[in-house]
Each structure stands twice: as C-alpha cells, then as structure tokens.
Design a protein. Structure first.
Ligand code: TMP
Length: 210
C-alpha cells in the first residue's frame, strides 16, 4: 500500500523541529516506517539550493527565489518523496508548497496564480495527505527564537514580513480545513505535544489519513 505524505508548516520560531519529533515518534509507535525530510533540501541538489536560498549574502529577486524553491522541490519529489511513498513508507516533511504560498506569495508578494501554476507543473498531482500548521503570534515566535544565530535570509526579515506569512498560512488553513490541522504553538511545549498527539489519535480513529 502506498504511504502517506504529511507536512509540517509554520512561521520561523513556531517550534516545528521539536514537534516533528513528536509526530515521528507517534507514527513509529503505530508501526509505520517514517522517512523524515525537509524543504528546501532533502536531496544533494536540494541541499545545495537551500544554501543559496538561506545565505544572508544572496541578494535574490523574489521570482528567482520562487523558482529555486520549486527546482529543489522537483528534485525532492522525484528522488525522495515519490520513491518512499511507492515503497509504502510514510513521508514526514518539514515544509512544502504551503511555505512557498506563505513566504513567496504572502511575504514577497509573488502572484499566487504563478505559484499555483508552478505547483501544478512540479507536483504533477502529488499533494500532502495531511498538514499540521503550527500557529503562533509573530512576537511570541521572535521571543522564542531569541538570538538564535546566525539568522538566515528569512529569519532576519522584519516582523511585518512574518505577519504576512502568518496571514497566508491561516488563510490556507481556512480554505483547506480537511487537509490542514491548526495547532496552537503558542502554548507551553508539553501542551503543544498533548494537542498534537490528541489530533493524531483523532485523525487515526476517524481513518482520515489511513
Ligand atoms: P526552515 O528554517 O524551517 O528549515 O526553513 C528554511 C526557510 O525557508 C524558512 O525561513 C522558510 C523558507 N521557505 C520559503 O521561503 N519557501 C519555501 O517554499 C520553503 C520550503 C521554505
């Protein structure tokens, strides 16, 4: 049986990396083979593109940025995601196209219809089966990030940029309520973990993602 494709999203500082481990642990405890990966990245070419994209010294046009995100994504889908799903593994991916909608569409102002056209072209029908959106206010996220350094090209953007990113993420969650589950990431870490595990159990029982 084909595996399932789960993505995690949220603004910088939402605590995704910690929560990723919770989801991984939960799935593995349910006997599933889990492939952990991330975007931009997940392949040698994708990781090289990631370096370019995050490098503080790259001065990049928003369309170039969008195209590089999708170039890395095509490689990732073809070499990592699709083969894993075909083997029957579950793929847990730190960010996917919703991040392009939120950061390049919302943050940078790249027209959404261009992003959707590229998404159709690159994804060729592949969509996440389930997405967790870790929602947190921008000031709280910033406070949690503290002086995490060195800040990359996105993290160092001002608060107004991240407010736009967050707004698009929330709009996406409202538009795709069946795919996107919103988790309040502003709670204490143990509370977030509990909410996440409750949601996973609910989705599992309702056979939403199996
Ligand atoms: P990370 O810090 O969560 O690994 O993500 C790297 C940065 O890349 C993060 O600030 C969000 C950004 N990003 C985009 O702008 N567009 C995208 O499509 C993806 C996947 C990430």
């Amino acid at each position: 049986m084909r595996g399932r494709f789960i993505t995690l999203e949220g603004i910088d500082g939402a605590g995704k990396s910690t929560h990723l481990k919770t989801v991984q642990g939960w799935l593995e405890a349910h006997g599933l083979e889990v492939v952990m990966t991330r975007e931009p990245g997940g392949t040698p070419i994708g990781e090289a593109i990631r370096k370019l994209l995050l490098d503080r010294t790259s001065d990049m046009n928003p369309e170039t940025e969008t195209l590089l995100m999708f170039a890395a994504r095509r490689e990732h889908i073809a070499r990592t995601i699709e083969p894993a799903l075909e083997r029957g593994d579950w793929v847990l991916c730190d960010r996917f196209t919703d991040a392009t909608r939120a950061y390049q569409g919302g943050g940078r102002g790249v027209p959404m219809e261009r992003i959707e056209r590229l998404a159709d072209w690159v994804q060729q029908g592949l969509e996440p089966d389930l997405t967790f959106l870790f929602d947190i206010s921008v000031p709280t996220a910033r406070e949690r990030m503290g002086n995490r350094s060195p800040a990359d090209r996105f993290e160092r953007e001002e608060g107004a940029f991240h407010e736009k990113v967050r707004r698009v993420y929330r709009e996406l969650a409202a538009r795709y309520p069946n795919r996107i589950t919103v988790i309040d990431a502003g709670q204490r870490s143990e509370e977030v973990k509990k909410s996440l595990e409750n949601e996973l159990s609910r989705l599992w029982k309702e056979k939403i993602f199996v």
